[in-house]
Ligand binder design. Sequence first.
Ligand code: ATP
Ligand code: PRP
Length: 208
Amino acid sequence: MLTIAVSKGRIYEDALPLLAEAGIVPTDDPKTCRKLILATTRPDVQLVIIRATDVPTFVEYGAADLGIAGKDVLIEHGAESLYEPLDLNIACCRLMTAAHKDAPKLSGRIRVATKYVKIAQSYFASQGIQAEIIKLYGSMELAPLVGLADCIVDLVDTGNTLRANDLEPRELIMNISSRLVVNKAAMKMKHEAISALLTQFEKTLANR
Ligand code: ATP
Ligand code: PRP
């Protein structure tokens, strides 16, 4: 049995066509079903539905053989213990700094709200900027509006969320897409099944 960890929402939606090309179609829909383990049309493959930030943990410990996770989540988690063989080019966005549209260029010691504490720390250190990082779990865009922080580090896609909150993107930290990750032991023990899946994904991606 191969177990693939996927998060609900945009990664799941974007991953479905890719999985379908490999003959993997879940027999339940996580939007309407409360099951956390989904059987698929392939009797040797099941999906586990978990929070996006938990995907590296499940794969690292071998609770899932494979997983699909954003590069943002992988870097923040520290994914050295995982193989990352494929960029799936889905759930693409940018990790950026953003501040109020009327705020001057940030200087001196600044306060930054983000859920990406490690990435933010290393980014501002690399820029020689002294930053106090405030960890949030969501709605980062609110922080500069209520005086909690001078700027944020968050994901930007269309820019609609920033605009709706009178913020503007400032510096690009990195481009983000979702990656296929593989447990290292599973790569050895289930080599045949996993490499067949990788080859299928590669073929689908090459045809896009
Ligand atoms: P968690 O549930 O663990 O808090 P989350 O709510 O951030 O995670 P999603 O919003 O589904 O989960 O995001 C999952 C991944 O999709 C992110 O890690 C990122 O790689 C990508 N992503 C997030 N927001 C966007 C966006 N607006 N456009 C495109 N991709 C995005
Ligand atoms: C993500 C991210 C931004 C927004 C950016 O939030 O945290 O708030 O998308 O996308 P945009 O540039 O297209 O507006 P998400 O939609 O995942 O909401 P959540 O973090 O509250 O789950």
